[in-house]
Design a protein around this ligand. Structure first.
Ligand SMILES: [Zn+2]
Length: 413
């Protein structure tokens, strides 16, 4: 089926290149534009009107149109929100007090282990729907609140069902090494062995993971343990995207690059060695490790923001994601993330735009399919309420600036 979208005030995001450094603020824009969609794929873009007008013709009355947003880092499958922990944190409770009162990743895992798969699926549907309304049309979802072979597989099966249920792109990540269960507190290597020898082969056998992730940080997994897990995953051809440098300069960036990870996410702590390592990764055969900043976590936990300005000023390609999760970033909207990034990280609205579209697509290695208005890519796009939407999103904090969402050329109601 052919559909023409015309009278687009501005079609923003026509550059089909990963945006590094100063290029992050250079927008590809067509004015008074049209978008011709053939069977869900972008067939033609241009200014004015195409040579032939198809029967299905939707006029957008001067609205701005953006590519669908890409959220490359979420933990949106969870059993319960953590309101109690939120209040305890307001009151200044310590990590131990929060854990004792039923908070933290380990308690989330305990509750999830006892929650039926169907319940997790139903709850996740509502969360994905809220993300789509906020303009996100490609989502990565991690396991990691299971922490037993059965519960990790249960989470990943929920992701598999979500992939079948929704028309949007959903990618799955196995994060068995998200935290160390209490019973392995004094023998973390034994848990690493379970991840490698019990969980990973099953995950691979059922093709449940597009990527593997490890929380490589102080109090979680060491770079040596991370290296071991990532190398085991390479045998199953599962690429890495890891959590690194949230709590210190702990070697996360280096172990990510060493294992040719597609991204390293968090980066609240970043030194000159880490910047040099990331820069060097883009000279390597595998094509580089994308740096992903998660400002929702910094806001919610009151920890330092990643120095994303320095990332861009060092000619690197920044990615932003929500880290949507019940403990450290219950933020579903990349529009909210855009506000935090502009205000707290001093990232320009144009830079944010690329960090949540084409660069974010690259963090999932899906840039040939999504992330810009390029002939041959999926017609996943947003009709915006405001005619200066790149600025209105970070400015009107918390207001949804997306009016209509189209996935493969069809409107999602
Ligand atoms: Zn995370």
């Amino acid at each position: 089926m052919e559909v023409l979208f015309s009278e687009i005030g501005k079609l923003i995001g026509t550059d089909n290149e990963i945006k590094f450094g100063v290029k992050m603020k250079e927008l590809g824009v067509l004015s008074n534009a049209y978008l011709l969609v053939q069977d869900g794929v972008i067939a033609e873009i241009g200014e004015g009107l195409p040579a032939e007008i198809p029967e299905n013709h939707i006029k957008l009355n001067g609205a701005e149109v953006l590519p669908g947003f890409v959220d490359s880092h979420t933990h949106l499958i969870f059993a319960k929100p953590r309101y109690n922990e939120f209040v305890l944190k307001i009151k200044g409770a310590t990590y131990e007090e929060i854990a004792a009162a039923g908070g933290g990743i380990l308690n989330s895992a305990k509750i999830l282990q006892g929650t039926p798969e169907d319940q997790l699926f139903d709850d996740a549907i509502l969360r994905v729907e809220s993300m789509i309304r906020a303009g996100t049309t490609a989502i990565e979802i991690k396991s990691g609140y299971g922490l037993t072979p059965d519960a990790e597989l249960k989470m990943l099966r929920v992701v598999k069902r979500l992939k079948e249920y929704f028309p949007i792109i959903i990618r799955s990540t196995f994060l068995g090494a998200h935290a160390i269960p209490v019973e392995y507190k004094n023998n973390t290597d034994e848990y690493v062995d379970i991840v490698i020898n019990q969980m990973l082969p099953e995950v691979a056998k059922e093709s449940l993971a597009d990527h593997i992730d490890v929380f490589c940080d102080t109090g979680f997994f060491t770079p040596e343990q991370t290296d071991k897990i990532l190398k085991a995953a390479i045998k199953f051809q599962i690429p890495a995207k890891i959590h690194g440098n949230e709590l210190g300069l702990t070697g996360g960036v280096q172990v990510a690059v060493e294992n040719e990870a597609w991204s390293v996410d968090h980066l609240e702590y970043l030194g000159s060695d880490e910047i040099a390592c990331l820069k060097d990764s883009f000279n390597k055969q595998y094509g580089g490790t994308m740096p992903v900043a998660l400002p929702g976590t910094s806001y919610f936990l009151r920890i330092p923001y990643s120095d994303a300005r320095t990332i861009i000023d060092n000619d690197l390609p920044l990615v932003l994601a929500t880290d949507y999760n019940p403990g450290s970033s219950p933020v579903h909207s990349l529009q909210t993330i855009s506000a935090l990034a502009c205000t707290y990280m001093r990232i320009l609205p144009e830079e944010v735009f690329h960090a949540i579209t084409i660069n974010a697509a690259r963090a999932l290695r899906m840039e040939s399919l999504i992330g810009s208005f390029t002939v041959g890519k999926r017609a996943d796009f947003l009709v915006m309420k405001n005619k200066d939407s790149l600025y209105s999103m970070p400015y009107y904090l918390g207001q949804n600036q997306v009016s209509r969402v189209f996935v493969e050329g069809l409107e999602i109601k």
